[in-house]
Design a protein. Structure first.
Length: 708
């Protein structure tokens, strides 16, 4: 099939036509239609999210090399800055355009769900698409003028070699910090536009998502972002613009920020509380109703760092000068999200934190809904040993009993090497909503005397010494405070699998022996994860059989749980910060010494969010709390809906109805939570409860010859 002379003339005219001189926002308002579902579309309305006009109009300004926009979800930044800028580049200034989405899947989704629909319902764009079928696919779209729109994802293949006049990076704070070992995404993208000199432009948009790297940094102005990597780092390089509203009462300008939101903490009903949210003017204390948000957005002003504005709207002061136009908008001004929605999400996320100590939801709400970087609660207050010691409660050292509110026990074991080799054991009791008790803490450093009265020192490098973890940890039972003839067994045991040479292999052998004895569903091997992942706990099956070392113990048959220890330690530290008894509170017995609290508080949380030992001190108490909590999570503890005991699994019910309790010393039934870690039923022989001889401070136990 041959092209007609008329079509050739039309295409040539498009290729040599001079750019239309109009603002990006004007072009978008005139030419772009927004799909609204069901095959319908509407013209883009510049009054819906008026704060987007200035950032959009900077995109074709030769004063700037880049535009940075920091804002929460539901601000309209994708429609205006991404889809709108693409519309402008197609109609007004046909140029090669590179859009980089978060992943290949997201790139495909943006192309099919957003751009294809926008192109179909916008006549001026549709008639500029190339008529050739092969010129319009998911990731590459050509137009009559010869310009290309490429839709890619963060990879060195996408961000290298080719030149583009316009490059847009979206959802930047979810990108990797280093693209295939070649550098950060912004630097790589900016190089693609340098051929076009002042006409080239790079856009980066995202909600904040990176950790604050220096929690002690004091910003010099309210326009300065705290030190982070990612989008806020790019924002700080620019002229640092913030959005201001004019108070309807006093006429003074102020920022619509989270700090000025009030009225939503006065009711225990989160729905009712969120409906009462109001923005308060910091100058006259007047309360602004949510119905006025659109009006205030339309009259709002962007101010650069160093500028101020008077009641008459006159901008004064010396603005920060930069080749980057950077903008930062907070959640209260977001056009497509109400204040009730914002505050309700915050209240429920805070409640989840109070109940579980987990900050993931609270961080996500702060980042994506409020448009703010998140400062971990653990960084706000790191507990001191003497403060925690004051919380100790009366308890018997010789006869450790289970409080009535405690529902099950988790044992955690740390393997210690060096001159003082031993197993360090910590027993943690769990109640409702994260409340827990330190039940026991002891070392297993020696065996019990054998027939000849010989006592040997425990050596975790010796496989036969691991059997004592069954007799002196997994099979331990503790009397109930309400009835000492009733005993609570250990539900599950976590064992650290790392240590000196040979320890890991012995841990695998120990687990295999537990499997043969029907105990493996109660025994978990754990290890700190050296790779940062989204999942808190990752189940793996190590396999070294492909290596030359055919004697390796890792054969792909032993489950090993990799723990994000920094996140787990944040949770434990948050629980330690609770000063009132109840959800997520940790109880300590008065027989535990100062040494324990020194272990619990020895580590420090660095500016990068990582927990570290500042010296050679001990931190076993902190680590063991983390191991225990990881196992509680794996058993399904955090999925329990408290309130009605009928909805609570039997293994986590109160002692008077808990089927695992040994009543009158006759039966024992260990039941697991209803998840992938289903436990077998174990019914050992009845045994008389006696005070353990030398079993916790001196490391009591029996040498189990031939254990492995």
């Amino acid at each position: 099939m041959f092209a007609s002379a008329r079509d050739i003339r039309k295409d040539m005219a498009s290729a040599i036509k001079a750019p239309r001189r109009m603002k990006v926002s004007e072009a978008v308002a005139e030419y772009m239609r927004v799909p609204v579902g069901g095959g319908n579309s509407v013209k883009w309305d510049k009054h819906t999210a008026a704060y987007m006009l200035e950032p959009m109009d900077c995109l074709n300004s030769r004063e700037y090399d880049a535009v940075i926009f920091v804002g929460p979800a539901r601000t309209g930044k994708t429609i205006g800055l991404i889809d709108g800028w693409i519309t402008y580049s197609i109609i007004c200034d046909p140029s090669d355009f590179l859009l980089v989405q978060l992943t290949q899947e997201k790139a495909s989704e943006h192309s099919r769900k957003r751009l294809d629909r926008t192109f179909r319902c916008s006549p001026e764009i549709a008639k500029r698409l190339s008529p050739r079928k092969n010129d319009n696919n998911v990731h590459d779209k050509y137009f009559r003028a010869g310009n290309l729109l490429k839709i890619g994802w963060p990879s060195i293949n996408v961000l290298s070699s080719s030149d583009y006049k316009y490059v847009a990076l979206t959802d930047y704070d979810r990108w990797p910090d280093d693209i295939d070992g070649e550098g950060d995404g912004f630097s790589l993208a900016s190089k693609r536009t340098t051929t076009f000199m002042s006409a080239g432009m790079t856009l980066v948009e995202s909600s904040p998502g990176k950790d604050i790297v220096d929690i002690k940094h004091n910003p010099k102005t309210t326009h300065e972002a705290p030190p982070t990597t990612g989008i806020l780092s790019l924002y700080n390089r620019g002229d640092r613009r913030r959005f201001y509203w004019q108070c309807p009462e006093c006429g003074e300008y102020f920022e619509p920020s989270m700090a000025n939101m009030v009225g939503y903490r006065d009711d225990s009903d989160f729905v009712k509380a969120s409906e009462n949210a109001r923005l308060q003017c910091p100058h006259c204390q007047a309360l602004i109703a949510p119905e006025r948000k659109r009006e205030l957005n339309n009259s709002g002003k962007w101010l650069k760092e160093g500028q101020r504005i008077d009641k008459n709207g006159k901008i004064l002061g010396e603005a920060r000068n930069s080749r980057i136009a950077s903008f930062w908008l907070e959640g209260p001004a977001a056009a497509y999200q109400t204040w009730a929605q914002l505050t309700y999400k915050l209240l429920t996320a805070e409640h989840e934190y109070e109940m579980t100590g987990s900050e993931e939801t609270l961080k996500a709400v702060t980042n994506t809904d409020w448009g703010l970087p998140y400062l971990p609660r653990s960084a706000l207050e790191q507990r001191r040993a003497d403060e925690l010691m004051e919380r100790r409660e009366e308890a018997s050292k010789d006869n450790k009993t289970i409080p009535p509110q405690c529902r099950f026990l988790i044992a955690a074991v740390d393997v210690q090497g060096g001159k003082n080799r031993r197993f360090v054991v910590q027993i943690v009791g769990y109640g409702e909503s994260g409340e827990r008790w330190l039940i026991d803490r002891y070392n297993i450093s020696h065996t019990l005397p054998d027939e000849d009265g010989v006592v040997e020192r425990i050596d975790p490098r010796m496989p036969e010494d691991w059997g004592i973890l069954v007799s002196d940890v997994l099979n331990k039972q503790y009397p109930l405070a309400t009835n000492e003839n009733h005993l609570m067994p250990i539900l599950a045991m976590a064992v650290d699998s790392g240590g000196e040479d040979g320890v890991t292999d012995n841990a695998y052998k120990f687990w295999r022996k537990c499997r043969r004895d029907g105990l493996s569903k109660r025994v978990y091997l754990v290890k700190g994860d050296s790779t940062k992942r989204q999942k808190l706990i990752t189940k793996t099956y190590p396999d070294n059989t492909t290596r030359s070392d055919r004697h390796s113990s890792a054969r792909g048959d032993v489950p090993l749980y990799l723990l994000q220890t920094d996140q787990l330690k944040d949770r434990i530290n948050n629980a330690l910060a609770r000063n009132t008894i109840g959800a997520n509170y940790i109880h300590f017995p008065d027989w535990i010494g100062e040494w324990f609290f020194n272990e619990l508080t020895y580590e420090e949380r660095g500016p990068d969010g990582k927990w570290r030992k500042p010296g050679k001190g001990n931190n076993e108490a902190f680590d063991l709390f983390c191991y225990a909590h990881a196992i509680a999570i794996l058993r399904g503890y955090e999925r329990i809906k408290w309130g009605d005991e009928k909805d609570v699994p039997s293994w986590a019910q109160l002692p008077d109805v808990n089927t695992n309790i040994i009543r009158n010393l006759t039966t024992l039934s260990i039941e697991s939570a209803p998840d992938e870690e289903q436990a077998v039923q174990v019914k050992p022989k009845p045994q008389k409860q006696t005070k353990p001889k030398n079993s916790w401070l001196s490391g009591g136990g029996r040498k189990t010859g031939g254990w492995l």
